[in-house]
Design a protein around this ligand. Structure first.
Ligand code: EAX
Length: 335
């Protein structure tokens, strides 16, 4: 015990020396993601960190931890709430469990293109939902992009909803994704992203769905033969900071972090678009058999998700009418 106490005293002395020689204690921000180092989240996170370090004159250091080193997306959001983790760049997949209104963005085929996504996310609807995050201890620094999600599987080419029958497909942990895949005739399994590659490799699940940037950076082409360009969900991402961390920052540092996140958002969205333009060909070169199903039959098949009372109520934060209003407003803005 005496040795441990001594070690603590020595460590504290070093910390004091560090502060006295530099005049300030450097702020270290750990930023976790669930995706592989080469994925666009991590490119954007490094870009964000470089801006923050430069603009703060080295007073703030951002350390990026990819590949779910700091836990699943859900674990990392909980870490922000506790203050044990400072930042994460995450998909909205698990966010509906923290802020039910986020389920609005999980609705299938809500958005037809990026312009309609950004009109909603960067407009009044996206802002009103982001503003709700603070009450659960997390603060949004901007809606980033995971992207339009496509289906991969190891069994068969997908050209119509009937090809989804009985397919064991992994989904993110939210009831909207489960309902959508059931409406298509598949058998959904909610699972954290970090477990997915092994589950596909071992045949625990036959299929998964993700944007091309995730499919490619996670090397799913090694364990999935077929890629169907369904674009069935547009998955936003969100840059989050712990409210506990945020409140420890000076107004000057808060502005540096917020401005850097805004710049990194634009950069990350550009990377996501570029990925969609280039990676279908790259995945075909890796041996994937790519299909381009007619989306209309899929849109019709998932229509019941939009009339599911529990989904509408959740999107309205417990209020059915508010949920329907938000869905109608998002549809109108996305036109
Ligand atoms: O955020 O869980 C998922 O499929 C997400 O798309 C992935 O973690 C990237």
């Amino acid at each position: 015990m005496r040795k441990k106490a001594l070690a603590t005293v020595v460590a504290s002395l070093f910390a004091v020396i560090a502060v006295s020689t530099t005049g300030y204690a450097k702020t270290v921000i750990k930023l976790g993601t669930s995706t592989q180092p080469s994925h666009i989240y991590n490119q954007a996170a490094e870009y964000f960190g470089d801006i923050v370090a430069k603009e703060s004159g080295g007073e703030i250091e951002v350390q990026v931890f990819p590949a779910a080193q700091l836990g699943s997306e859900r674990d990392m959001v909980e870490g922000l709430q506790l203050g044990s983790l400072e930042m994460t760049l995450t998909s909205t997949g698990p966010m509906g469990n923290f802020i039910p209104q986020v389920k609005l963005f999980n609705l299938p085929f809500l958005f037809k293109d990026r312009e309609s996504c950004y009109r909603v996310l960067d407009g009044e609807i996206g802002q009103s939902i982001a503003d709700k995050f603070v009450k659960v201890g997390i603060r949004s620094l901007g809606w980033y992009e995971n992207g339009f999600r496509n289906i991969t599987n190891s069994k068969r080419p997908i050209n119509a909803p009937s090809d989804m029958d009985g397919l064991k497909i992994r989904v993110m942990e939210d009831d909207v994704f489960i309902l959508t895949m059931k409406a298509l005739g598949a058998s959904p399994t909610p699972m954290a992203f970090g477990e997915l590659y092994t589950a596909l490799e071992q045949g625990v699940v036959d299929a998964q769905e993700n944007p091309l940037a995730v499919i490619h950076s996670s090397r799913f082409f090694e364990v999935q033969k077929y890629l169907a360009m369904t674009g069935h969900f547009y998955s936003p991402a969100v840059m989050l900071i712990s409210e506990i961390t945020w409140q420890t920052l000076s107004p000057e540092h808060q502005k540096i972090v917020a401005d850097a996140a805004a710049k990194a958002k634009t950069y990350e969205r550009e990377l996501s678009l570029k990925a969609d333009q280039e990676l279908e060909q790259a995945l075909a070169k890796e041996g994937m058999v790519v299909t381009h199903p007619d989306k209309e039959p899929f849109v019709k098949a998932v229509a019941p998700v939009y009339t599911n009372d529990s989904v509408i109520k959740a999107i309205g934060g417990g209020d059915q009418e508010e949920g329907q209003r938000l869905i109608d407003a998002a549809k109108a803005a996305a036109m």
